[in-house]
Design a protein. Structure first.
Lengths: 411, 137
């Protein structure tokens, strides 16, 4: 793999050249979904146009090729996140399905008894809250909230106090989709494991930006979405330690997840196929391979250095702006991704996003699927600009200028 | 008071003067800022219009055979849009509003220039005004 500079990288993402309302698009909504590089789109198209076939079932050459693409992607994902074996990788439609799959399988595997507890971080995305609430309601479980401080960082000192013998699992993001704060997963896992509590990590925001090793984090389960890390939408994974996955019952019933089916007794396939009922995302999943290659390219030294410069510039801008409050503000900027959620005094987030849109800048406004976090900070919503490594300093400067213009318009 | 058709035509005419959407926003912001103050005690949940990203409150009263609308939002561009709706429909009979097709919204290009979620918010505002009118026919 050769090193690329930022212009070469940008040329791989054709959407960066798009215009909106006659203005150059500046895409700062990467935390919602990233743009796709040509390599991903080509793999996706190639799978659809040349190697389309259903997996595992047929003996013909095309089916073998498609299965090979799919299974080699599983192995590549396992290597990418440091899993012990490809069997520990379950393909899903995304992080949301992963958390639902896990919550549901734990429930049906009688992992929870009435009165047990689930610990959830205060800054979580709804997809790491609601599936657990649903299980809790059905099984009579108690949800406990792991609080954050005013800077947005998990109050790790509280963790020990919150853990009781009934705490069965702790659900926490690798990094917050609103605050950009990178959570201390190894420390959380150490404390939880000492209490016999499992750890599920939502890696949706972490995986595109952070070197990720599930062994190093020592989490029990890990999930991410393909579409936030340059791959096709409708792809994602649930990683689980082998012994834990093996103890879980199936998720959905259907084709491919069985060993044998009869009217008297049906037995289930081994992991991971036990969790993959029905026709899988046969075109999308192989696009994870070029997407992971792109993640590696984007973590090259030169690109990373530029990203850090952009981050420092924006942190400086927000810190010195009299009307702006930045949420997710760790003392050490290394503990934060380039996700900037702000509230501007005297300007509603929706107005700011509407005006920025007309200037060509794509941002997100609202509650960012994290209503409890909005309540925590006592706001109705925020404006979020989330950067990817292909965003430039020039774009960051343009964003700050346009933001200032929008603020002036609204005052 | 000018007729409903005349008022709608006047709004369309005003918006046709702007080439740039940013200028239209400037104008909406101005309208939003000048919207009549909405009594804080009317900001109740039953007056909230669902489907908007920002919070929008609408109060409807029947007065001397016509509908009187008052509204507010915490977002200023939305407030500007509300101000247009009030200018067009406030003080008219329920029959007249219920029979209207709200076509001026299309003519000033408001709907297609808002993202689907925000267009949805605008639709909610229009639907609420229409329902209030139908309820009072």
């Amino acid at each position: 793999m050769h090193l690329m500079d930022i212009d070469q990288i940008r040329s791989q993402f054709p959407q960066l050249k798009e215009k909106v309302y006659g203005r150059q698009l500046v895409y700062l909504d990467n935390a919602a979904t990233s743009l796709r590089p040509v390599s991903v789109a080509e793999k996706w198209a190639e799978m659809s146009l040349r190697h389309n076939s259903n997996l595992h079932r047929a003996v013909h050459k095309t089916a073998v090729d498609a299965t090979e693409e799919y299974e080699s992607t599983r192995a590549a994902v396992a290597a990418f996140i440091g899993a012990a074996a490809p069997e520990e990788i379950v393909f899903t439609s995304g992080t949301t399905q992963s958390s639902n799959l896990l919550a549901s399988c734990l429930e049906h595997g009688n992992f929870f008894a009435e009165g047990d507890e689930i610990l959830i971080c205060e800054a979580e995305h709804h997809s790491n809250i609601v599936p657990w609430q649903m299980v809790a309601a059905r099984k009579g479980l108690k949800i406990k909230v792991l609080p954050i401080d005013d800077r947005g960082q998990i109050l790790i000192s509280e963790l020990g106090n919150l853990l009781t013998p009934r705490a069965k699992i702790c659900a926490v993001a690798q990094a917050s989709n609103v605050l950009g704060i990178i959570n201390p997963i190894p420390e959380i896992a150490r404390i939880c494991h000492a209490n016999g509590t499992l750890v599920f990590v939502d890696g949706a925001q972490g995986i595109p930006h952070l070197p990720t090793d599930v062994k190093e984090m020592d989490c029990d389960f890990y999930a991410f979405s393909g579409h936030k890390m340059y791959a096709a939408p409708g792809t994602g994974i649930l990683y689980g330690k082998r012994s834990l996955l093996e103890a879980l019952p199936p998720y959905m019933g259907g084709g491919e997840m069985i060993e044998s089916v009869s009217w008297e007794k049906t037995t289930y396939a081994p992991i991971p196929r036990r969790f993959e009922a029905g026709t899988q995302n046969i075109s999308g999943v192989p696009s994870l391979r070029p997407a992971m290659e792109m993640c590696k390219l984007l973590s090259g030294r030169e690109i990373m250095a530029e990203s850090e410069r952009v981050k420092s510039f924006l942190l400086g801008f927000f810190a010195t702006h009299p009307d702006i409050t930045l949420y997710g503000n760790p003392e050490d900027p290394a503990q934060k991704l380039s996700i900037f959620s702000i509230v501007v005094k005297g300007a509603h987030h929706e107005d700011l996003a509407l005006i920025l849109d007309k200037m060509g800048i794509a941002t997100r406004s609202g509650q960012m699927c994290a209503e409890p976090l909005m309540d925590r900070f006592g706001v109705t919503g925020m404006l979020r600009a989330s950067f990817a490594p292909y965003n430039t300093m020039q774009e960051a400067v343009y964003f700050t200028e346009c933001l200032q213009k929008a603020i002036d318009m609204l005052k | 008071m000018s007729s409903l058709a005349e008022t709608k035509a006047a709004v369309v005419e005003e918006f046709s003067m702007f080439d740039e959407w940013l200028d239209k926003y400037e104008y909406l912001i101005e309208l939003g800022k000048n919207l009549e103050v909405f009594p804080v005690e009317l900001k109740t949940d039953d007056r909230l219009i669902k489907g908007c990203q920002s919070r929008v409150w609408l109060d409807t009263q029947v007065q001397d055979g016509v509908l009187r609308f008052r509204a507010d939002s915490d977002a200023i561009i939305t407030k500007g849009i509300i101000s247009l709706l009030i200018r067009v429909y406030d003080g008219r009979s329920a029959q007249e509003i219920a029979a209207d097709n709200f076509d001026f919204v299309e003519k000033i290009g408001l709907r297609e220039n808002l993202s689907p979620t925000r267009a949805n918010g605008l639709n909610s505002m229009i639907e609420t005004i229409r329902k209030e009118a139908e309820r009072n026919v």
